[in-house]
Design a protein. Structure first.
Length: 253
């Protein structure tokens, strides 16, 4: 039985992705800050599916957290077949006004921790003959987003980085997939302090979890969730950057 490691697994997209993989007969390693929530998810999944769930309570926005997580997994002799770098957050507001410390934590989590985990577990996957790395980017990666300046920039990094290592690792049987969701019903909006209207009638975390799994099975390199998001991402290639920035700013307001 294969094992998937999911970061940011205590709620929203991470939690629903855990259930989706458990449903498809994967053992789970769930990582997040909130021990109580992870334990509750572990109890629910193990009572519903015939899989094993290991929980690791850890704040991945700390600078050495990726190293600590990898050491913890290695000490337990766990073979990770699928890594899902889902942990991440954003902070809405003008760049000069947002909390600088929180912004630095976000950049570390969204980019540096993701990069380190991809390196650590990617190297193990190569040794083991293959695996999957799934990095959660965003449709915000396709254009600058005023009000989410550093968040959208971090997701542009995730998408570009993922596409690059997907090419490097393709002959080593390690499939790297960048997932680009649009606005999704999860805890992200509350944490980022974004107007709730942005998320009204949007796909659920359960919808996205299913999309993540099917995208992995299809071995896709870059998967955009939602037909309209595909159209918008494609149209950005032909519109002037200044125009797409103006449109993104108005949409956020």
């Amino acid at each position: 039985m294969k094992t998937v490691l999911i970061t940011g697994a205590s709620s929203g997209i991470g939690k629903e992705t855990a259930f989706e993989y458990a449903k498809n007969n994967y053992n789970l390693v769930l990582v997040a800050r909130r021990q109580d929530r992870l334990e509750a998810i572990k109890f629910e999944i193990e009572n519903k599916y015939n899989v094993t769930v290991i929980v690791v309570a850890m704040d991945l926005s700390n600078s050495n957290s990726a190293n600590e997580l990898f050491k913890s997994i290695s000490k337990q002799n766990l073979k990770i077949d699928v890594l899902i770098n889902n942990a991440g957050f954003g902070q809405y507001g003008d760049f000069l006004n947002i909390d600088a410390h929180k912004d630095e934590e976000m950049l570390l989590l969204n980019m540096l921790t993701l990069t380190k985990l991809s390196r650590f577990f990617g190297s193990e996957m190569v040794k083991n003959g293959g695996g999957n790395i799934i990095n959660i980017a965003s449709t915000a990666a396709f254009q600058p987003v005023p009000g989410l300046a550093t968040y959208s920039a971090s997701k542009a990094y995730v998408m570009s980085f993922s596409e690059a290592i997907a090419y490097e690792l393709k002959d080593k049987n390690v499939i790297v997939t960048s997932i680009c969701p649009g606005a999704t019903q999860s805890e992200f909006g509350n944490k980022a302090d974004i107007n709730k209207n942005v998320f009204r009638n949007k796909p659920t975390s359960t919808d996205l979890a299913k999309f993540i799994y099917t995208s992995m099975k299809k071995k896709r390199t870059n998967a955009i969730h939602g037909f309209m998001n595909v159209i918008l991402a494609f149209s950005n290639r032909f519109a002037p950057r200044k125009l797409t920035t103006i449109i993104a700013a108005k949409m956020m307001k």
